[in-house]
Structures are given as structure tokens and as C-alpha cells.
Design a protein around this ligand. Structure first.
Ligand SMILES: [Ca+2]
Length: 283
């Protein structure tokens, strides 16, 4: 083995060792988290070090891969292992960076594309949906500007509805309506009044006629809400009890023979990990 290969192999081993140590610390730190109400935890993946940067904001899936976003990054990991195996470290296109964009938020997969919500915090004057090739994670060249008057605090998430051929967004703070855009050209189809305002929603995905919403409440509950896309009715699906030391981020849903599994990202500032926790709802 030549010297550079030896150094690379040593560096990889050292990184794996550090990751194992960090994982041990964060796992021990989470021992006493309370159980959720209305759901059971059926899996948890912890991401640390570089993987934590890649996975800290958005998540979606195509049945085979999870797709993640960090502030400026995209990554993918097989659902079976959860191990990141491809990344785009410069995912915000130049034309959107020139408009001040610095944050890729929630993701939604459809038909070979990742639909990504991109915004320009802290000004929040420019909100976009950008399309990425799910196979390569590269930007397709297609993006759409969203109306500012419906996104006064940016666009934290988006969710595709295949059946209705549309994409949903909402305001981040105290949203009173759901925004509905035609998927083909992102023109506004309309807005749906909600049965009650929803606050601090960080991510969403559609399952069986309802949007499941990840709510970053400023308490320990971090509920998952449902929004009926026909009626606008808001209900609590289950309560995660994750703790306020985590920031709830995006979610995604997979389906197996026993029904839906809801996978939710949480970003721990103090705990130095991003967790993807999988829940199965119980009656
Ligand atoms: Ca999502």
C-alpha cells in the first residue's frame, strides 16, 4: 500500500472511531426520553459529524432511498441501512444564491425528482421550489419562485400530492391557509382555510388524503399533526415527547404491510446529532 492510500485508510478509521465515540455519548444522553403518546418508536438512526450536516433539515423518500437536505447540501441513503452514500455539497444553484438563498428546507419526492423548498433567511423575501434529479442529486435547472405574499417567513417545507397533481406549502408562523400550486408550472391553484392556525411547521408529507405535519412546538411535545386536504381539518396524529433540546425538522412516510411508518428528523444543538426516528401509529 502506498503512503497516500495508507493515510486515507487511517483517516477513515480515525473518523469511524470518533463517530463511534460521539454516537456512544449521544445515545447515553437520550436514555431517559419519555415514550410517545399514540405511536411507538420502531427505529432510530443517529447522524453525527459530517452526516449530521448533510441530514439536518429535510427528508423524503422514493421507497428505496431516503433523501436528505442540510442547509446547502443534499444526500441520499438506502432505507435499508440509512448510511449516506452520495452527497451534493454545493446544492443551491448560483442563480438562487445570487437572490440570497442560503437554506434548503423540506423535501418531497415525485417521479424521479426531489422538490426542494429553498429560502433566503433571515430576510425571507425570496422563496423557491427547485427540482433535483433524485438519481444524481444534481440541480435540473428548473426552479419556481413562490408568491411572497403567501410566504412572508420563507418556505420551510413543501409536499407533493400525486393524485391531485399539486404541491402544498404554508406560512411558517401561524398559518391560516394551505397554499395549493399546480405541479406542472407552480401556478397558484388556490388556498384552503384551516380549521385552526398551525405554527412552526417544519415539514410535511401526504398519506391517504392527509398531510402529516412535523410541528416544532416550543415545548417537549413535538406533535405530528394531520391536515385533511379536502376540508382543512387539523388534528393531532400523535405526540412525540422528544424534548425541547431538539428542533423538530422535516418528516417522510414509508408504507409496509402493516401500514405507514412516519420518519421524523430532529436536530439536537447540544446533543450534536441529528436523529431520524421512525414511528408506527397505535390506536
Ligand atoms: Ca418531507
Amino acid at each position: 500500500m502506498d503512503f497516500s492510500k495508507l493515510m486515507f485508510s487511517l483517516a477513515k478509521k480515525a473518523t469511524a472511531l470518533i463517530a463511534a465515540l460521539v454516537l456512544m455519548v449521544v445515545s447515553a444522553d437520550e436514555r431517559n426520553l419519555p415514550a410517545p403518546d399514540g405511536a411507538e418508536v420502531c427505529g432510530k438512526i443517529r447522524y453525527v459529524l459530517l452526516d449530521r450536516q448533510l441530514t439536518s433539515q429535510g427528508v423524503t423518500n422514493d421507497g428505496e432511498y431516503f433523501y436528505f437536505s442540510g442547509n446547502k447540501y443534499l444526500a441520499k441513503a438506502p432505507i435499508t441501512t440509512g448510511e449516506t452514500e452520495m452527497a451534493n455539497w454545493d446544492a443551491i444553484p448560483d442563480e438562487l444564491e445570487e437572490r440570497g438563498c442560503n437554506h434548503i428546507g423540506g423535501l418531497s419526492y415525485y417521479n424521479g425528482y426531489i422538490y426542494a423548498a429553498i429560502e433566503d433567511g433571515p430576510d425571507y423575501l425570496n422563496s423557491f421550489i427547485a427540482l433535483y434529479d433524485a438519481e444524481t442529486l444534481s440541480f435540473t435547472g428548473t426552479y419556481y419562485e413562490l408568491p411572497h405574499e403567501l410566504h412572508l417567513e420563507g418556505v420551510p417545507w413543501c409536499a407533493v400530492d400525486v393524485e391531485s397533481n399539486c404541491l402544498y406549502t404554508a406560512e411558517w408562523s401561524n398559518a391560516t391557509v394551505l397554499n395549493i400550486f399546480n405541479l406542472d408550472d407552480m401556478t397558484l391553484r388556490g388556498t384552503l382555510p384551516l380549521s385552526e392556525p398551525i405554527d412552526r411547521i417544519q415539514g410535511a408529507e401526504l398519506y391517504d388524503g392527509k398531510l402529516y405535519l412535523s410541528c416544532d412546538e416550543e415545548n417537549d411535545q413535538k406533535r405530528i399533526l394531520t391536515l385533511d386536504v379536502e376540508t382543512g381539518l387539523i388534528e393531532t396524529a400523535f405526540t412525540r415527547n422528544v424534548g425541547s433540546q431538539f428542533e423538530a425538522e422535516d418528516l417522510t412516510i414509508t408504507i409496509d404491510e402493516d401500514g405507514p411508518i412516519i420518519h421524523v428528523l430532529d436536530r439536537g444543538e447540544r446533543r450534536k446529532s441529528v436523529n431520524l426516528t421512525s414511528y408506527r401509529m397505535v390506536p
